[in-house]
Design a protein around this ligand. Structure first.
Ligand code: ADP
Ligand code: MG
Length: 183
């Protein structure tokens, strides 16, 4: 089984409940390593862009409102089979259906306010990681946070040049705090 990376978000309900640490413990106990993390508050356009695949679903407007309602904690997880492993410890979308011991079974209140997000495939994991943590090499400015230094366990991992939030002096946008994805 390969070492993978996946995107995790601790949603506004769980940040508000002050259980970031409890969720991090579940992640760590599953053998997944947090290799990047940032707190941010999504604006409406960013939440819409992130959940674009759900644009036609009846709950889309409500989901966007919820996801932009308060700070979230965004992290990249790395480990063996990370995409499926993290989905497993998250539990089902609806906490009532979530297996005992999963994050959603223990900490989620409803099918919408369900504490965490996790990428559902390796392909989407790459896209979602790129949404928040791009590399600036092509001059592509569309991601929220500057390139960060991954752990170097991953075979094709490249050495990063910047710290997680980089140096704000040059452009003054997009690094932590309240941020919008579209500039
Ligand atoms: P998951 O987060 O488990 O991958 P989906 O991708 O299907 O689930 O949905 C994305 C998010 O939209 C869910 O995590 C949840 O916050 C919200 N959501 C999904 N289904 C519903 C629903 N029926 N009613 C309200 N919100 C929903
Ligand atoms: Mg999903």
């Amino acid at each position: 089984m390969a070492i993978q990376r996946t995107l995790s978000i601790i949603k506004p309900d769980a940040v508000q409940k002050n259980i970031i640490g409890k969720i991090y413990t579940k992640i760590e106990d599953a053998g997944l390593k947090i290799v990047a993390a940032a707190m941010a508050q999504l604006d409406q356009a960013s939440a819409e862009a992130f959940y674009d695949v759900h644009r036609k679903r009846p709950f889309f407007r409500s989901l966007v409102k919820f996801m932009s309602s308060g700070p979230i904690m965004i992290q990249v997880l790395e480990g063996e089979n990370a995409v499926a492993k993290y989905r497993e410890i998250m539990g089902a979308t609806d906490p009532k259906q979530a297996a005992p011991g999963t994050i959603r079974a223990e900490f989620a209140d409803s099918i919408e306010e369900n504490a965490v997000h996790g990428s559902d495939s390796l392909e989407n994991a790459e896209a979602e990681i790129g949404f928040f943590f791009g590399d600036d090499e092509e001059g592509d400015d569309s991601e929220m946070f500057e390139e960060f230094e991954y752990s170097d366990d991953l075979e094709d991992g490249e050495e990063g040049e910047d710290d997680v939030f980089g140096d704000d002096e040059d452009d003054g946008h997009g690094h932590g705090g309240h941020c919008g994805h579209k500039h």
